[in-house]
Each structure stands twice: as C-alpha cells, then as structure tokens.
Design a binder for this molecule. Sequence first.
Ligand code: TYD
Ligand code: MG
Length: 455
Amino acid sequence: MAKSKSKFVCQNCGYVSPKYLGRCPNCGSWNQMVEEIERVESPKATPSRRTSDLETKAVRLNDVAFEKEQRVKTDLSELNRVLGGGIVPGSLILIGGDPGIGKSTLLLQVSGQLQKSGGKVLYVSGEESASQIKMRADRLDISGDDLFIYPQTDMSYIRQTIDEIKPDYLVIDSVQTMDEPEISSAVGSVSQIREVTAELMNIAKQQNITVFVVGHVTKGGAIAGPKILEHMVDTVLYFEGDTHHSYRILRSVKNRFGSTNEIGIFEMQTKGLSEVDNPSEIFLEERLKDTNGSAVVVSMEGTRPILVEIQSLITPTIFGNAKRTATGLDHNRVSVIMAVLEKRGNLMLQNQDAYLKSTGGVKLDEPAIDLALAMSIASSYKDLGISATDCFVGEVGLTGEIRRVNRIDQRVNEAEKLGFKRIFVPKNNLGDWVKDQNIQIIGVTTVSEAMNKVF
Ligand code: TYD
Ligand code: MG
C-alpha cells in the first residue's frame, strides 16, 4: 500500500526537513523550503540496488580488460578541448548558464554536426516548440534526416521515444522543465530535477547514449540551480559571458574524462556561435598603446595561456572613504595588492579610489596575475605608461616578494608568439626552461624592483 508523507525540501541546496522552516539550516537561505509529497511505497528496488545485477565482484586491476575510450570529435575544437578531447560515448554532460547565454544555440549546433557525421540525435525541448527550433536551425544552417526535434516535458514519453528512435545522442533542454510523472512534486523542484537526472544517467549508461542536459542557473532560487546535479553527472560545463559582449566562455568545472578548468572561447554571431582560435589577440585588440593604467598578464586558463589586459583607474578620493571596485578580478586580491603596494612599494593609495577591470569579460583568478595587477595600479597612480610590448607574470606575497608560478615556459611562448618584447617573471622561475627566445625575459624578486625596472 502506498502511503504519502510530506517533507520540506530546500530548493537551494536540497536540505530535507520534516517541518517547515523559514531559514534553511544548511545553506542559510530564506523562504526556500517547499513542501513535497513523497509517496512511500512498500519496499522495492532502491536506486542503489537497481544496478546490482551488474558485475560486482572485485577484480585485480591488472585483470581489468582495457579498452581505450573512443572519443567522438565535434567540428567545434573548442568544445572538444573542454570535454578533454571529444565526447565520450555514454556520458552525461550538464551545461549550465544564465538564460539567454546561448546554451540552446550551442547544443543545436552540436546536434547538427553530430548527425552530419553519422550520429542520430534526439533533441528534446521543454522550452521551445518544434517550429521555433526549426526557425533557429534555419538561421544556423542546420538540416538533416537524423536530427529529431521533440517538444516534450514528460519523461515517460521521452523514454518511449528513445526506445523508438534509438538515438546516439540525446539533448534535454532543460532539466528544470522535465517532468517525471511518478514524482508528485512540482516541475523544477529539487526532487523532480534529481529524479530526472538519475533517469537520464540510467539512459546514458544502460543504452550507451550520450546525454547533454541544459540546466539553468537562477539567482532567486525559484527553480533549483544545477548545483545539486553536479555530483550526479560525468561532466559539468558552464557557459559564461556577458550578454552585452559577444564572447562566450565554456568552462569545464567537473570532468570524469579530462582535466577541469579548461576553457573554450566562442563568439555569438548572427549565424550562431563560432570558435575563437586566438583569444589573446581578441582580448588585446582594443588596447590603447600609449596610455597608463594598463598591464598585460599571461594567465593560464586550463592548459592554455591567454593574454589579457588589466586596467586600473586610480583617482584621488573626493569624499568619504576610498572606493574600490573590481570587474573580472577578485575584490580581496585587489585590496591585498593595494596594501602591499602601499607598504612595500611606498605608493600612497589609501586616499585614492581604485577602479579595476579585466578586459573582454574574462574572469581572472589565478595568483600569477598579481604582478600585472600591481603594475597596472602603479602605472595609473604614477601616471606613467607601460610599454605596449611588456607583459607580466608572477604572484605577489605580503612582503612584496614575487613568487614562482607554474607553466612559465608556455606563458613565455605565448607572449613571444603575440609579439611581446619583454616579459617580467619571478626570478625563481628563470631556471625553468630552455632559453633562446625572441623575447627578453626579466626576472624580478620584489614589487619595488619590478617598478624600478618598468617605470
Ligand atoms: P539561446 O541559445 O536561446 O540561450 P539559452 O538557451 O542559453 O537561454 O541564445 C539566445 C541568444 O543568442 C539570443 O539573445 C539571441 C542570440 N543569438 C544570436 O545572436 N545569433 C544566433 O544565431 C542565435 C541562434 C542566437
Ligand atoms: Mg534555451
């Protein structure tokens, strides 16, 4: 006999409580507890037992039959890179991102390419009608017999259709709109999302279908974000960018089949997303040559070095407390660097407003950007320009020392490739690579030494 039981689930983090709470004790968010009715069935196969008929014996590592995983390459090499070299068949890939960023566009383009190279694709959309998708497909020049569009939200119909069509690839746009009829709670609630994802995982693994799932990230929390799904899926990609800019960054934050923190860069054009082969050139494209408050850093994004400009504007505070704002940079990092410059570099910054920004909407968060950050601030404060062919790499410590960074050889090569003449690096890194470059490599040990050499 099925009984029903009610529980309150936090839509933000998934915390479950037997009674209503105004504030979630787990994540601290307010008004996120939503009542969900759970049907308690007499004991049957629990999720952990569902797979128990598979081989469960322990095997010696050496005896495991090894098949080199096959990867399917899409035409978008940026996507291949982010996935760790291509799509692993039977994997479940979650793509998160703000509304309007281009998730549906990306997946429709990928679907088009996959069916062109011989795969059968089922594109399930709970958000758009078939004719809307057709309109978009026309715009993107996508056509083909093996691309099936299916506007549907009911998982039981979707399962049936999968059995009929037997696709190689399944796209679910989006997980928040899918409805598992056996679950009584509202579409988009945590329980629904969790169950739908578990079901998709089953489909992926049992039928060896690669599944792409779109997940919306919302601020208000009316629909649960894909955060709770991240541990369930194989790969999590975030599609980021500023809707005001045309550049989009696809970032891998979890990947069972490749390295994380790899990024792919795309540009949204009138005919869909196109790849950006040389991001550094684009990020530096609009840079003014003779100006102050601008320093170029060679930052590693995943395994790839990217040159980005860090801009500063330091102006005397007219009224009240000094203001500090940072776009694309960590606010705390900026405060620390300013304090170091004040104390170790003798720059009087406490009564100055500081506005900082990384250009092109790139988020810079590795320690190796510190030196460029410091030089950019110093340049604006001193009203002295930095040569347009100089660039910087190095972490700054609290005593003003420049600390060693990783992958220095790749960074130097990239700077050289883009025509930079001098690169300032931590002195400790100097022994790390084979010299003989067309770029002058200058080792520095402290911020004041760097400032003396630059200005
Ligand atoms: P979309 O893929 O619908 O975003 P999401 O699925 O993440 O919500 O992308 C919508 C935006 O992309 C929309 O503002 C229009 C723009 N766009 C283009 O600029 N060019 C194109 O060819 C397409 C299809 C969309
Ligand atoms: Mg969409």
